[in-house]
Design a protein around this ligand. Structure first.
Ligand SMILES: O=P(O)(O)OC[C@H]1O[C@H](O[C@H]2O[C@H](CO)[C@@H](O)[C@H](O)[C@H]2O)[C@H](O)[C@@H](O)[C@@H]1O
Length: 286
């Protein structure tokens, strides 16, 4: 189901003279050992940097349509994408169009929506009749089931429908989640993802790890840094191997080796990576 897009900006060749040491840097605000991991990956010949959106670039908020990214993170990602031998991307659970509008990120940063399945605008049409029919039935059933529960709302995406309960009373939210789990979540062909105050029913299987691998191949990356906060990000963390770096935002069990507490610290880490990468490339080119 996943299309393999053409890279909008193939990484340039890395300078042949690689410096063995970084030039002097402004003191990093990051804590060790993440600081060392960032310093190490900044010196990989062809770097891939990929972030999740909600909870990673944008703080979690009550209204999904108001989730805007931290400007410092946007600035760092855009600047990283402009460096030679460096590719940047965002892999999100959101519909690709929403991700593009909300993030405001330029085309130099690769955007992939629908939990790693949606690479381009043709995605919805390519789903096939059965999947589109299932999507319509899910939409109708979920509207009936939860449409009138106070504080509960649906978010329709090309291949799925998310049932949000963040704005509902806890008892109402839990009852709605249970109704969905024991109802349409069990239909044949339906793939279920539970996230932060949300349950999502999809008509295809999605995998952020697959999307990460596509980007990795396109960039011919020698190392990837992936940052994410939620359960679907674990599929991307699962694909990382040495010398990659996985960073989980927030607490909770994770396959990621490193942790940052929140989106603020994510921005600090991206800025740090940018500074180190820039300095290393400058030295390598001089
Ligand atoms: O993969 P992500 O980029 O992290 O997207 C995951 C889901 O994020 C959004 O929902 C979550 O964030 C909302 C805004 O902060 C919050 O109100 C909601 O409770 C969270 O579940 C988005 O609406 C979903 O479509 C994404 O799948």
């Amino acid at each position: 189901m996943t299309a393999e897009p053409r890279p909008s900006q193939p990484p340039s060749a890395v300078p042949s003279q690689l410096p063995s040491k970084l030039p002097s840097q402004p003191p990093s605000q990051l804590r060790s050992p993440l600081r060392e991991a960032v310093a190490r990956i900044a010196r990989t010949p062809r770097l891939l940097v990929v972030c999740d959106y909600d909870g990673t670039l944008a703080p979690i908020v009550q209204d999904p349509t108001k989730a805007v990214p931290r400007p410092e993170s946007v600035e760092a990602l855009v600047a990283l994408a402009a460096l030679p031998a460096t590719t940047a991307g965002v892999i999100s659970g959101r519909a690709l169009r929403d991700l593009a509008v909300l993030s405001g990120l330029p085309a130099e940063v690769h955007l992939i929506g629908s939990h790693g399945a949606e690479f381009d605008a043709e995605f919805a049409q390519a789903l096939g009749d059965d999947a589109q029919d299932l999507h319509r039935r899910l939409a109708a059933d979920l509207e009936q089931l939860v449409g009138r529960s106070p504080g509960v709302f649906l978010e329709s995406k090309p291949a799925s429908i998310a049932v949000h309960v963040r704005r509902a009373e806890p008892a109402v939210g839990e009852s709605v989640l249970e109704t969905v789990r024991s109802g349409p979540a069990r239909w044949e062909g339906v793939h279920v993802t539970e996230g932060k105050a949300v349950i999502e029913l999809a008509v295809i299987e999605t995998d952020k790890g697959h999307a990460l691998d596509v980007l990795r191949r396109q960039a011919d990356a020698t190392a990837a840094l992936f940052v994410g906060d939620d359960v679907t990000d674990e599929k991307a963390f699962a694909r990382l191997t040495d010398p990659d770096v996985g960073v989980k935002v927030g607490e909770g069990p994770s396959l990621a080796e490193y942790f940052v507490p929140d989106t603020e610290e994510t921005a600090v880490m991206l800025a740090d990576l940018l500074a180190q990468r820039r300095a290393w490339l400058n030295t390598a080119g001089s």
